[in-house]
Write a protein that binds this ligand. Structure first.
Ligand SMILES: *[C@@H]1O[C@H](CO)[C@@H](O)[C@H](O)[C@H]1NC(C)=O
Ligand SMILES: *[C@@H]1O[C@H](CO)[C@@H](O)[C@H](O)[C@H]1NC(C)=O
Ligand SMILES: *[C@@H]1O[C@H](CO)[C@@H](O)[C@H](O)[C@H]1NC(C)=O
Ligand SMILES: *[C@@H]1O[C@H](CO)[C@@H](O)[C@H](O)[C@H]1NC(C)=O
Ligand SMILES: *[C@@H]1O[C@H](CO)[C@@H](O)[C@H](O)[C@H]1NC(C)=O
Ligand SMILES: *[C@@H]1O[C@H](CO)[C@@H](O)[C@H](O)[C@H]1NC(C)=O
Length: 506
């Protein structure tokens, strides 16, 4: 029995299962005619030999099939990899750089048509961009990226606007049952896409919206300060606004389109349906908060009166446009949005407004843990700046900026010896160190470090001490002047050094 099972699992074996009994039957009937024991045993022997041969053949075929399967898998992986590279290169701008890794360029050319046909667009807009002749209709798209994450989704593409619409099961008008408590009636909206794919579509799009229409008769959404109706957002949080965005810090923010326009039948209320009038009313709105959409569940209540009527209809979730980055990317998420798919180290504008290096793991998606790992600050210096100067002759012009004589280092040429002036070439943080000895031990003396002629710090040396040290780190704006002023006494020995520690890049 075990033998048969192993046969059934392989396609070649399956064939044998069909053929073998036929052969056996053929030989058995031959034996019956002859009724000769010897012939019978020879025949059995022959059958056995045949069996062994088939087993051998089967094993060989099985190993061939396995080899072929592996080969196909390898080829598939390679095609996928090249598709990613090609996609990456569409946004990278420098073709040469992408392909000099390990792939000869003519190899890529050969593969191109295959790659093109196997590429799944992330959005309808992407499909339209790559082929402007496409007509509106149902298309497969894969917002979270081909070959990763969830399966592609089947959406309606409006090829005039390039928008992607996600279908769901509540597009037709639906009645609310009669019941009293807040949210006593609820309906889960089933989308023809996973929430993860929807979230990624929103990430990639410039805007998303979903319309909702509520027709009501004596069925308030909110009455006497009690909310009877709400919708659940993408995260399952309750929302009470029925148009626009949740532009109010309160998570219980309640409004409808007429409330936003101050045009509800009862102008003191936020929704038409909230008024207590026994007339047929309706609230129409378009929810535009793409980080909260889609509506995942609708909840209603206070429809207990037999005369009360409430029904609703919600539109497809429609997303359009391409998300625009305002300036320099600030996260791996930003990089993902503009099409980066190769994991690696990237520089971004960090929350500290400094350039930071992060590791982006693009096997993860926006919102996933581990997409971005912080590595550290980038030591950006558009120009290295440091100096080390000294003097060893007498100086006693108190109340003046001390010039220097000897330049040991002056990288960036920010220090002028003759005037003793350092001019900050960039906005940033600078470090300075100054040391000097008094020329005469019986004199007290002191120096000040002046920024734009304003004393910022100083060192005072009384008679018994002969030296004066300053260590100072400060922020400077480009053009700021730093000088050492001798305020009192005299010196014949001084050393002054400074460096740009960190440049303000943004
Ligand atoms: C497609 O988009 C265009 C332009 O926005 C719009 O006029 C048209 O009504 C849309 N078609 C459908 C079927 O939604
Ligand atoms: C909506 O109504 C139309 C016409 O009555 C029907 O053909 C369609 O299947 C309905 N759609 C859904 C999602 O129930
Ligand atoms: C829903 O999506 C599935 C695949 O995810 C697709 O086969 C099916 O046709 C879609 N249904 C509609 C109504 O678009
Ligand atoms: C914010 O929403 C709450 C609850 O609906 C409301 O009481 C408050 O007045 C709103 N604030 C503004 C500024 O609209
Ligand atoms: C002062 O510095 C100059 C040049 O560095 C050097 O030649 C001279 O010997 C030094 N004088 C003293 C007194 O150290
Ligand atoms: C330097 O900082 C000043 C003031 O903080 C600012 O006005 C100026 O734009 C900055 N310059 C540069 C190049 O960032």
């Amino acid at each position: 029995m075990a033998k048969k099972q192993t046969l059934v699992y392989s396609p070649v074996g399956g064939l044998l299962v069909l053929i073998l009994p036929l052969l056996i039957v053929a030989f058995t009937s031959n034996d019956n005619e002859i009724k000769n024991f010897e012939r019978l045993s020879i025949s059995h022997k022959f059958q056995e030999e045949l069996w062994v041969k088939f087993k051998h053949f089967e094993r060989k075929m099985e190993s061939e099939v396995t080899k072929l399967k592996t080969k196909v898998e390898l080829l598939e992986a390679k095609v996928l990899e090249q598709a990613e590279l090609l996609k990456e290169c569409n946004t990278c701008g420098s073709t040469a750089k992408m392909f000099d890794n390990d792939m000869p360029v003519d190899h890529v050319k050969n593969v191109k048509p295959l790659v093109k046909s196997s590429l799944q667009p992330k959005t309808c807009l992407e499909a339209l961009t790559s082929d402007p002749s496409l007509e509106s209709g149902m298309y497969w798209i894969d917002p979270d990226g081909q070959g990763r994450g969830d399966n592609p989704i089947y959406v309606y593409c409006n090829m005039t606007s390039g928008s992607s619409s996600i279908l769901h099961d509540t597009e037709n008008s639906t009645d609310v049952d009669h019941c009293f408590d807040p949210g006593c009636y609820s309906r889960q909206i089933k989308y023809n896409a996973t929430l993860r794919q929807i979230a990624m579509l929103a990430e990639l799009s410039n805007e998303c919206h979903q319309s909702i229409q509520i027709d009501c008769f004596d069925a308030a959404l909110e009455f006497n300060g009690i909310a009877y109706a709400w919708w659940d957002d993408r995260n399952g949080d309750e929302r009470y606004f029925w148009s626009g965005t949740n532009n109010n810090l309160s998570s219980h923010y309640h409004s409808c389109q007429c409330g936003l326009e101050r045009s509800c039948v009862d102008k003191s209320l936020m929704c038409n349906c909230d008024s207590d009038l026994a007339i047929e009313l309706s609230d129409n709105g378009v929810i535009t908060d793409k980080d909260l959409l889609p509506i995942t569940k609708l909840n209603f209540g206070r429809t207990i009166a037999p005369t009360s009527i409430s029904s609703y209809k919600i539109g497809r979730l429609e997303c359009s446009g391409k998300v625009v980055l305002n300036g320099i990317p600030t996260s791996c998420q930003d990089l993902w949005r503009v099409g980066y798919v190769l994991s690696g180290l990237y520089s971004i504008k960090g929350p500290s407004s400094r350039v930071e290096t992060v590791y982006c793991d693009f096997s993860k998606l926006p919102g996933d843990e581990g997409l971005q790992t912080w590595i550290g600050y980038d030591n950006v210096k558009s120009e290295p700046v440091y100096f080390n100067v000294g003097r060893n002759t007498s100086y006693s012009n108190s109340g003046t900026a001390m010039p220097f004589e000897k330049e040991i280092l002056n990288v960036g040429n920010a220090f002028d010896l003759s005037s003793g002036t350092f001019v900050a070439p960039r906005n940033g943080t600078y470090f300075f160190a100054f040391t000097s000895f008094s020329e005469y031990s019986y004199n007290s003396f002191y120096f000040s470090l002046n920024v734009n002629d304003v004393q910022t710090t100083s060192c005072y040396s009384p008679m018994t001490l002969y030296y004066c040290h300053i260590l100072y780190t400060l922020k400077l704006t480009s053009g700021d002047q730093v000088r050492m002023f001798l305020q009192q006494g005299s010196t014949n020995n001084a050393l002054f050094t400074g460096a740009l520690l960190e440049e303000d890049v943004f």
